[in-house]
Write a protein that binds this ligand. Structure first.
Ligand code: ZN
Length: 322
């Protein structure tokens, strides 16, 4: 039996699992929240305790790691984390290889999740796919000719910062109207909050934003991407407008990517993708309208949910061993 240890440093969440190579059943599986004041050291400490409780003294044969931030996959060195301090230039692969005395592979979460969906999920049997995760950020990962395609410095697939509206609002990257700026949960929440703060005094009768306010008991700070989805499903015009813009932005991004590389499948996961049928319908229609008529593709839901990075980490480890 070949024992694989899969790790997921997710930014706000940490997860680890063990599995026998070739199996589709976890032997052990554990998730923990990363504390709000976490840094690289505390995350590593928590991960160590999770690993120890999973391995119970057993030694893995290989370790696969998904990391929520840019990674140089050739050296296994983390560039930084956008969510957790202290990860700048941490040689994560070397640390793990020294500590456990076995080979390890490290890559960023979107690439790893793409690999997971390709090997174990919605991309099985497809040679070319583009995986997109839409949650607190928007990330993308390529599988081309059955292999991850990372670009020359591991930065391929950054659909989150593809500009779809050059006159749109400013993104954290400094550009305007990126897909992530329009479609990620926190930015959608920020935009509805801003409208609600600046709106004129209440008039009689229902109007856009009322359902949003009700859902958070008038505490606008509690609005999240998920709350926006719920309000939209309940008929809130403002929430529907913001969600429409998000699905439009994703559709334009996907249509352009289809024109450029012509993959067979787009596999979409992440919390925002649970926004409902209307969201998917708009996204598919806009993607179709954006791509050339001769460019064919399917847009499907990811199959592995939050576990896609862990499954991809398994695939990374399996690839090291063969
Ligand atoms: Zn951006």
């Amino acid at each position: 039996m070949t024992l694989i240890l899969a790790l997921d440093f997710g930014g706000t969440k940490l997860a680890a699992a063990t599995i026998n190579a070739g199996s589709k059943q976890w032997l052990g599986y554990e998730r923990r929240l990363s504390p709000p004041n976490a840094n690289a050291d505390t995350d590593l400490e928590i991960m160590r305790s999770v690993i120890n409780s999973l391995l119970k003294g057993a030694k893995p044969d290989a370790i696969g790691v998904s990391f929520g931030g840019p990674v140089d996959a050739t050296t296994g060195k983390v560039r930084l984390s956008h969510h957790v301090l202290g990860w700048e230039n941490v040689p994560l692969r070397d640390l793990l290889e020294e500590e456990f005395g076995v080979p390890a592979g490290v890559d960023n979460d979107a690439n790893v999740a793409a690999l997971g969906e390709h090997r174990f999920g919605a991309g099985q049997g497809y040679d070319s796919l583009f995986y997109i995760t839409v949650s607190t950020g928007v990330g993308g990962g390529w599988i081309l000719n059955g292999q991850p395609w990372r670009g020359s410095e591991g930065m391929a697939g950054e659909i989150g910062h593809m500009v779809v509206d050059p006159n749109g609002p400013v993104c954290l990257c400094g550009k305007r109207g990126c897909v992530e700026r329009l479609a990620s949960g926190p930015y959608m929440a920020q935009d509805v909050r801003e409208v609600l703060r600046n709106e004129p005094p209440r008039r009689q009768g229902r109007q856009g934003g009322d359902i949003l306010r009700e859902l958070v008991g008038d505490n606008l700070e509690l609005i999240t991407g998920q709350v926006v989805s719920e309000a939209a499903a309940g008929g809130d015009n403002l929430a529907q407008e913001i969600l429409y813009r998000a699905s439009w932005a994703l559709g334009v991004g996907i249509g352009n990517v289809a024109n450029l590389i012509n993959p067979q499948r787009f596999v979409l996961g992440g919390g925002v993708m649970k926004a409902g049928e209307d969201f998917w319908e708009v996204l598919r229609r806009v993607a179709r309208e954006t791509a050339l008529p001769e460019v064919n593709f399917e847009i499907v839901s990811a199959a592995l949910g939050d576990d896609a990075p862990l499954w991809g980490a398994v695939a990374l480890a399996e690839d090291i061993l063969c």
